[in-house]
Design a protein around this ligand. Structure first.
Ligand code: KIV
Ligand code: ZN
Length: 389
């Protein structure tokens, strides 16, 4: 059986941009939109047009320049929001309106002071209204993660009957465990009569660090679109990280999925997003963190230097990273020291390295990392002492 395509819906410019301090102007949004299209995303959520005139303008401008990806604008289940989104998307080659409403009892009671029947009717109305402007309408059931499955299935069936082409099942609060999120998607696949008329989408937040695992559980149970952001940016603890889901799918071919993302662009784009949004990437971040391909303990370094596959499951070149690094710390071993000295042009034998290693450990115990300058000083002092001896 041939592999199934997973559509990558990037929301760096919408959910990612909601992060305090990450706001972008139109020029920055356009630059990132072009790079995201070059990366190969299928859908680009360009913004929330009703939220501000600036965001409307950004969505409008992005719609004019994006050639291949679907351009999507967010709205609430409110007529004015939907009309404004449609207006901002009017130049898009492939426009999509993303509309929806909270479906959990937390939202129905706490936010809307409404009943389940009223929310269902508003959901259907919103989709029907959006269909007046575009063919491609995605419906989000906000807080689907905490929505009772039977009611969620009724809402999803009704919005598909109203014309929704994609149904987004957000774990808005990042609450679900992977098996629960997977079961939720499976429940919809098995209990929504018209589910074959729409694509199921995963939109998972990372409040418990489970966003990537939940999205993968989603596709394993029938979802075909993942909503994600570069560097996992997004509200609170963030969204599913694009680079993580793409690489899980590439590493685990046995799952039977593929995406159209050009993996080599992942690190360059991660840096561009981080610089443009002024949001540093944590060093231990999978795929794109500064330490993602660094080896610092002696046991790992020794294995890695003999055969890289002992400690690396991804070749850094595959994801456009600079390359593997052998970092020298007080936990490093002789092979790593010899390797780094050799890279600097020194040719020491085993006995030399044994002696140098004692000196290296003294230095390493006084600092976090032994740098090139330290190695040069060490090597020169040692060479001087052996010449003079
Ligand atoms: O997290 C969420 O539920 C959202 C929706 C607006 C799609 O971002
Ligand atoms: Zn979200």
């Amino acid at each position: 059986m041939s592999d199934k395509k997973i559509f990558i819906f990037d929301t760096t410019l919408r959910d990612g941009e909601q992060v305090p301090g990450c706001k972008l102007n139109t020029k920055e949004k356009i630059e990132l939109a072009l790079q995201l299209e070059a990366l190969g995303v299928d859908v680009l959520e360009a913004g929330f047009p009703i939220s501000s005139p600036g965001d409307f303008h950004s969505v409008d401008e992005i719609s004019k320049i994006i050639k291949n990806a679907t351009v999507c604008g967010l709205s609430r289940a409110v007529q004015k929001d939907i009309e404004t989104a449609a207006q901002a998307l009017k130049h898009a080659k492939r426009p999509r309106i993303h509309t929806g409403i909270g479906t959990s009892d937390f939202h129905i009671k706490g936010k809307f002071n409404a009943t389940r029947e009223e929310i269902l009717a508003r959901a259907v109305q919103a989709v029907k209204w959006a269909k007046n402007f575009v063919d491609d309408v995605e419906f989000y059931a906000e807080d689907a993660g905490r929505t009772e499955n039977e009611y969620l299935a009724r809402v999803i069936e009704a919005v598909i009957a109203a014309g929704a082409t994609v149904v987004n099942i957000p774990d808005t609060t990042g609450y679900c465990l992977p098996y629960q999120y997977g079961e939720k998607i499976a429940f919809l696949v098995n209990n929504v009569k018209n589910i074959d008329k729409a694509v199921i989408s995963c939109h998972c937040h990372n409040d418990l660090g489970l966003a990537t695992a939940n999205s993968i559980a989603g596709i394993m149970n029938g979802a075909r679109q993942i909503e994600c952001t570069i560097n996992g940016l997004g509200e609170r603890a963030g969204n599913t990280s694009l680079e993580e889901v793409v690489m899980v799918i590439r590493q685990h071919r046995q799952l039977g999925f593929y995406t159209d993302i050009k993996a080599q662009e992942l690190n360059p784009l991660s840096r561009l997003v981080s610089d443009t949004m002024r949001m540093p990437v944590q060093p231990n971040k999978a795929i794109v963190g500064a330490n993602a391909f660094s080896h610092s303990s002696g046991i790992h370094q020794d294995g890695f230097l003999k055969d890289a596959t002992t400690y690396e499951i991804i070749n850094p070149e595959e994801v456009g990273a600079e390359g593997s690094k052998i970092v020298l710390t007080a936990r490093s071993g002789r092979s790593a020291l010899a390797f780094r000295l050799q890279k600097l042009g020194y040719d020491f034998n085993r006995n030399d390295i044994d002696t140098l290693y004692e000196r290296f450990l003294q230095i390493a115990d006084t600092k976090k990392e032994v740098m090139e300058d330290d190695l040069h000083s060490m090597a020169k002092a040692y060479t001087g002492s052996t010449v003079n001896a």
